[in-house]
Write a new protein. Structure first.
Length: 151
């Protein structure tokens, strides 16, 4: 019976992206609590200033409780993703075992058929040899009669 793999849940992927963005913005903070300025250079954001770039405020407006909740959600999401990866690996291993068993069964069947064919060939050769011997036994050999001695 084939196993069905679960499809990844889109909301979990979106949540992971949001958590990653939040972690990245929180990672820009310095040790004194202030954030380093973020520069926007066209469509690229960086902590390095560029020629025609503009500074963007990058304050984390979340409360400590919100940050803790986001961390908890990130840990929960990681646990869910790890569990999904383990399920997928187990399903793939089971499928690999099933495929290997099918190949072994196929090789056994082929070997059995080869043995049967070999035995049939031997029986055919034995029957042919037996017929030849029978024909040899049935041959009548005419022994010429001795010619009478003429005076």
């Amino acid at each position: 019976m084939p196993t069905r793999l679960r499809r990844p849940l889109l909301p979990l992927a979106l949540l992971a992206a949001l958590v990653a963005c939040a972690a990245t913005s929180a990672g820009g903070q310095t040790t004194d609590g202030k954030t380093a300025p973020v520069w926007r250079c066209g469509n690229v954001y960086s902590h390095q200033p560029c020629g025609s770039g503009q500074t963007i405020p990058a304050q984390d407006g979340r409360t400590p409780e919100q940050r803790e909740q986001a961390d908890h959600q990130q840990q929960r999401l990681k646990a869910l993703l790890d569990a999904r990866d383990q399920e997928r690996a187990a399903a793939e291993a089971q499928e690999a075992r099933r495929a290997a068993a099918a190949q072994r069964a196929q090789r056994r069947e082929q070997a059995l058929q080869a043995r049967k064919a070999e035995q049939a060939e031997k029986r055919a050769q034995a029957a042919h040899h037996k017929r030849r011997l029978q024909k040899i036994k049935e041959r009548r050999v005419r022994v010429p009669e001795p010619a009478e001695a003429s005076p």
